[in-house]
Design a protein around this ligand. Structure first.
Ligand SMILES: [Zn+2]
Length: 278
């Protein structure tokens, strides 16, 4: 049973140890090795080599960051549109990782919103475009790792809508829910899912009062519809710090927290991130 568990979550791919205390140790593990579209995979590598290997998944480089000593880590987003399949990732000569992307039938949901929040006026369209471009710049951040240990839930409440739900708004416009919704009355505390720096505190058309935290390694968490903020832009926050409060500002039908995660510009399932063990 224990072996089965270990096998499922950690597959040591290759471990070369020529002699004890050799300087040529190389080892890489992936967690998990079976995922759904929208999930995230953590790679942990031990290497004493002078240059890091360059691994690519579907045309995108997997970027390793130094963890400590000769340990390096990489978080790899699996885009929600990735075709389910068995993939082999070449890490370096003679070393490859197997990753299985399993199919997942994301549900469809019909929702009704105020018409002016679905069919936008020219002014609102311009505002949305400007806010989109502003955030596109933030998704490019690739700072050093500032998170530590596992990622926590932003509230003590349950998830009311999962990642990947296909929404049909007012029976005409489609969108995919690229985050999770957390239940909560107005004023419920919202916590930072890990340590990092507040890189945006703004009032957005769709998101209402919105905070973005940069955790490093290209990972950013986003908190929307807040009734109020508890941190300033530029503040360093620790995991669990109260950063704001649940509300219904922006495009929201009722009080809740919409939380999303961008990893190297790709939206990933926050619940998959929270399942990772470090
Ligand atoms: Zn949402």
């Amino acid at each position: 049973m224990l072996l089965k568990f270990i096998h499922k979550f950690y597959i040591p791919v290759l471990f070369i140890l020529l002699t004890p205390c050799t300087s040529n140790a190389f080892n890489i593990k992936a967690q998990p090795v079976e995922v759904f579209p929208g999930d995230v995979i953590f790679f942990k590598m031990t290497s004493d080599e002078t240059s890091l290997p360059v691994a690519v998944f579907r045309g995108k480089e997997i970027k390793f960051y130094k963890l400590q000593g000769n340990e390096y880590g990489a978080l790899m987003p699996v885009d929600i549109n990735t075709p389910p399949d068995d993939y082999s990732i070449d890490v370096k000569s003679g070393v490859s990782l197997s990753v299985k992307i399993k199919p997942y039938a994301f549900p469809t949901k019909k929702i009704t919103l105020p018409e002016e929040k679905v069919t936008l006026s020219p002014e609102d369209s311009m505002r949305v475009e400007k806010e989109y471009l502003m955030q596109e710049e933030i998704w490019k951040y690739a700072t050093e790792k500032s998170w530590g240990g596992g990622f926590i839930s932003p509230t003590d409440t349950a998830v009311s809508e999962k990642f990947g739900v296909k929404r049909i708004m007012n029976e005409k416009k489609n969108s995919v829910h690229l985050g999770i919704d957390m239940k909560g009355k107005s004023g419920t505390p919202v916590k930072a899912i890990n340590s990092g720096k507040v890189v945006m505190r703004a009032e957005l058309f769709y998101g209402g009062n919105t905070l973005i935290i940069d955790h490093g390694m290209g990972l950013l968490s986003v908190y929307m519809h807040l009734s109020g903020f508890n941190v300033e832009s530029g503040a360093e926050v620790a995991k669990g710090d109260v950063i704001g409060f649940v509300g219904m500002t922006g495009r929201a039908t009722g009080p809740h927290l919409h939380m999303s995660v961008k990893l190297q510009g790709v939206s990933i399932n926050p619940e998959a991130l929270m399942r990772l063990e470090f």
